[in-house]
Design a protein around this ligand. Structure first.
Ligand SMILES: Cc1cc2nc3c(=O)[nH]c(=O)nc-3n(C[C@H](O)[C@H](O)[C@H](O)COP(=O)(O)OP(=O)(O)OC[C@H]3O[C@@H](n4cnc5c(N)ncnc54)[C@H](O)[C@@H]3O)c2cc1C
Length: 411
């Protein structure tokens, strides 16, 4: 069996692993990515939020991404019956990016890995991590490639960015009950034969079917669009047939988008993803950190997945690099506590979305402009800005605001 020694091994070449590798390449670190699949490969998670842009910039990807012509995303629109709540990222509290992209991830993730390769980072595709053992100083990682060849790779630190592969969470028994239970999703891409011009064919939109169930429309610049539904498992159970039939019947439940996609062919049979939320008992340990979906995934309603994946990838990479170079890192404080601050804000918003409270706030007919800006900043991913009261006091302030609305006071 062949073997190799390296400082930091990253498992998975999604946005979390790529951003970690981009940062480490900029420090001239000894780093390698092990990726189970061949790229391009389909994956979901196509609507970014502005906070991602800071992370792409720091990892050295921004300039190359800007040349790809992805559909720009300046905000998001939520639709419920005849009510529309539109958020414009340029009208948000505080500083930060006021735009980002809607991206077909197969293409996007390949651009990131191509860029890493051109920068000299070794990425082994078709290489699955099958086990990892730690002796207190070094990891021994065993991989298997598409030809069935095994290899041992030795490293000081593992950044586990394996998404739903959840390599270390499974191996070290770190899986924890998810924060959002019994939610599933089904999605596909279509080529839109009648895409309207302007905002209607450019802006990501969410149509609320009922308090717990919603539909997404994400148009891409390549003429295709992503369509999907998220809802409780009990709602999914009411549909019978193959995924194509199920998806068509679900589309009949939309109002705003009723009929819009009738003439369009699906790029692939809709993919169903059961119980989408993920969680772990802890996000780090001696010689490893879990990042992105390998650590936690809440829910797609606020498109926070890639922002969380890149934020954790970047932070884990910078702390691991310091540690390997003799720095003393307090991982609880500098990693877990920091990450949890942001995750807790998003958890509150997701929880209150499904409780219906946030929907009442979003669809209030006369929103207060200042409050809207502060909420908009959260939706843009600036969930660590404690100057924003809707970050600082996230749980209490949403409750109070909802109470005010319920008593019919003007927001
Ligand atoms: C229905 C749905 C809709 C979503 N919509 C959005 C959205 O609009 N916006 C958003 O930001 N997020 C969205 N997300 C979340 C988003 O998909 C993820 O948060 C994001 O892709 C996580 O990135 P990652 O790099 O952590 O993992 P991934 O992108 O999943 O990458 C992990 C990589 O690890 C590799 N891997 C796995 N196991 C192994 C192994 N054993 N060895 C080697 N490699 C391995 C995989 O092949 C994969 O390439 C959505 C999620 C769902 C379920």
């Amino acid at each position: 069996m062949k073997s190799k020694i390296i400082d930091i091994v990253i498992i998975g070449a999604g946005p979390s692993g790529s951003v970690a590798a981009g940062y480490l390449e900029k420090q001239n670190a000894s780093v390698m990515i092990l990726e189970k699949q061949e790229f391009p490969r389909f994956t979901i998670g196509e609507s970014l939020i502005p906070r991602c842009m800071d992370n792409f910039e720091e990892a050295g990807f921004l300039e190359v991404l800007k040349t790809e012509g992805y559909q720009k995303k300046f905000g998001a629109r939520f639709i419920r019956n005849n009510q529309i709540a539109e958020f414009d990222f340029s009208k948000k509290f505080g500083t930060g990016w006021d735009w980002t992209w809607q991206v077909p991830r197969a293409h996007f993730d390949k651009i990131l890995t191509d860029d890493l390769i051109s920068r000299g980072v070794e990425i082994r595709f078709n290489t699955e991590v099958v086990s990892a053992e730690y002796n207190g100083e070094m990891w021994k990682i065993t991989t298997s490639n598409d030809k069935g060849d095994a290899e041992e790779i030795f490293c000081k630190f593992i950044i586990d960015a394996s998404g739903n592969g959840r390599v270390l969470a499974k191996q070290l028994n770190l899986e924890a009950p998810p924060k959002i239970h019994d939610h599933s999703s089904i999605f596909t891409h279509i080529y839109e034969s009648r895409r309207p011009k302007g905002i209607e064919g450019e802006l990501i939109s969410f149509e609320v079917l009922n308090a717990k169930t919603w539909f997404w429309y994400i148009p891409f610049s390549n003429g295709k669009s992503s369509l999907g539904f998220v809802g409780p498992n009990s709602w999914f159970d009411t549909f019978k047939g193959n995924t194509q039939e199920v998806f068509k019947n679900m589309l009949l439940e939309t109002r705003y988008y009723q009929g819009r996609f009738d003439d369009d062919t699906m790029d692939f049979p809709p993919v169903k993803f059961n119980n989408i939320s993920r969680n772990v008992k802890r996000t780090h340990g001696k010689g490893f950190a879990l990042t992105g979906n390998a650590a936690e995934f809440l829910d797609p309603v606020f498109s926070s997945g890639v922002a969380f994946a890149t934020e954790t990838g970047l932070l884990a990479a910078s702390l691991a690099f310091k540690e390997i170079n003799g720095g003393n890192i307090n991982w609880d404080l500098e990693y877990s506590d920091y990450i949890n601050k942001g995750v807790n804000v998003f958890s509150t918003y997701v929880k209150e979305w499904y409780s219906g409270k946030l929907q009442e706030i979003f669809f209030h007919p006369e929103p207060d402009p200042q409050i809207k800006e502060q909420i908009c900043s959260v939706l843009a991913g600036y969930v660590w800005n404690s100057k924003n009261p809707f970050v600082r006091n996230h749980a209490r302030i949403l409750d109070n605001l909802y109470e005010l609305i319920s008593r019919s006071k003007i927001v």
